[in-house]
Design a protein. Structure first.
Length: 149
């Protein structure tokens, strides 16, 4: 049995020209993200999640369509400031910060109004089917703000 020496993954990655180019590109994009955020209006900065460069096109990634719409109004101003960086187009896209299906995805919770909860509880009292009655009660109590239960 021959003994082989294993290289550390970092050594392998540093010796790969393709990986080095990708890492340099990503570093450039991260620096550009900081630069872009500094030029965005204060409320918009936290919603600018990332940037991407493809040729002469800069894409800004925001967490909702509302922010991409606002970014379109700033595109020409940003483009004017980016003249020295060989960027001729600025686009914006939506990118969810936590894609569905990941452990970090947040669940939307339905909150019922007090009136809706009362209707469900009233209906539960008058139902003959005990399983359906219990389901209505659970729905009313689980989806009503805690200060009203």
């Amino acid at each position: 049995m021959r003994h082989r020496q294993f290289s550390h993954i970092g050594d392998l990655l540093q010796n790969s020209q393709a990986t080095c180019r990708l890492l340099e590109r990503r570093q450039h994009e991260e620096e550009l993200l900081i630069w872009i955020r500094a030029r965005l209006p204060e409320p918009m900065r936290a919603h600018c999640l990332d940037v991407g460069i493809s040729g002469e096109r800069l894409t800004l990634y925001f967490d909702s369509p509302a922010w991409t719409t606002r970014a379109r109004f700033l595109a020409m101003d940003l483009l004017a400031e980016l003249k020295g960086r060989q960027i001729t187009e600025v686009y914006s896209q939506v990118r969810l910060s936590h894609p569905a299906g990941t452990a970090q995805a947040t669940r939307m919770t339905v909150v019922l109004s007090l009136k809706a909860a009362r209707h469900l509880l009233d209906a539960a009292e008058h139902l003959r089917n005990p399983e359906l009655s219990e389901a209505f009660r659970r729905l009313a109590t689980r989806h009503t703000p805690k200060e009203h239960t």
